[in-house]
Design a binder for this molecule. Sequence first.
Ligand SMILES: C[S@@+](CC[C@H](N)C(=O)[O-])C[C@H]1O[C@@H](n2cnc3c(N)ncnc32)[C@H](O)[C@@H]1O
Length: 389
Amino acid sequence: MDKIHELVEKILKEESLIYFVLSNIRKKDPEMYDKVTIRPVILKDKKVYQFTYNYQKKVNHENLKEEEMIEKVMTLFEQFKQGQIFTNEADYQILISKKFKVKILKKPPTKEATNLEHNRKKKYILSEGKPNPFLIRLGVMNEKGKVLAKKFDKFRQINRFLEMVEDIMPYLNKKEKRVNIIDFGCGKSYLTFALYHYLVEVSKLNVNIIGLDLKKDVIRDCNEIAKDLGYEDLKFMIGDIEHFTGVDKVDMVVTLHACDTATDAALTKAIEWDAEVILSVPCCQHELFRQIHNDVMKPILKHGILKERMSAIVTDSIRANILEIMGYQTQILEFIDMEHTPKNLLIRAVKTNTVSCESIEEYKKLKAFLGVDPYFERALGDRLYEKLK
Ligand SMILES: C[S@@+](CC[C@H](N)C(=O)[O-])C[C@H]1O[C@@H](n2cnc3c(N)ncnc32)[C@H](O)[C@@H]1O
């Protein structure tokens, strides 16, 4: 087994790992996982190793730091007879005999790392000093590319948002097909213009984006800016998220800072369309504030401010959990630093169609514990109830 340990250490040192697969379990047990994959992912700007345990009817995830990862991998190698390690340099096939004799075969690499999987260095996607027509038109930078002092937070927010978009590119990268995107509650649309710029002008994708908002004057201004910039496939419409019926199929739903249950209405639409990607920054989670009730948690809930924070956390946990139940792999990420805004969480969900039974049980227990009846559940109706049965 020392040979495996050495190889894993070397791969981690070289930062060349794409992913591992462990298969052919020694002791078959229907209650146990029978395959494990391990891949590096970026969480909160830090690299961790995501272990995915595949059971017959569910998958579990565990994220470990590098130090903990090697030990875990070695324990797992004792349970499996076969391993494959894909790196940028080579593919390795590992065969372990009944008596733990190890054979390692090395072949040329067959896999390529995606952005989700490699250790991204911190960098801004849009840089100061480089004049960019859409940022100039929106008043974020001047003609020389200098970011205006009062718009620096906006500039950082736009860049942070584009980092999140960069990470989901493998899910959108369908050059042969037009990608339909909707931004619900787009407001002044700094982020919608940034999204269009990044996808169309930088990534050369064939994209159609609609921004939707209740405010007539804002929509009028946004359409004017899109026209000035020559952004032909970016349109803004007036409307209410909940009642929007303007399109049949959407591949990506964005909803940033849409208040209270408007976020849930947007997530519901995304699920109805089977959208492949959802990026959502929730805001003002009031709904559950009025509902949460739990005697054990009285010391927290009796303080208004703590109850408010608790309600926001519970609301977003419920959103993430329901998305998992509906077949999305979901992460909650820090959007921008706390000192800039308290609305700093982003829910990133990608459609995998893998439903974990654990998420269903977790959701039922949390709901019962806190006595809540969330709008998101009611809005999804039978689609969700069927899964909860
Ligand atoms: C705080 S702004 C966010 C704007 C932009 N998405 C951003 O993050 O910079 C929220 C926007 O959502 C819009 N909004 C709220 N509820 C909505 C609904 N039910 N339907 C459509 N737009 C809605 C508001 O009019 C407002 O412009």
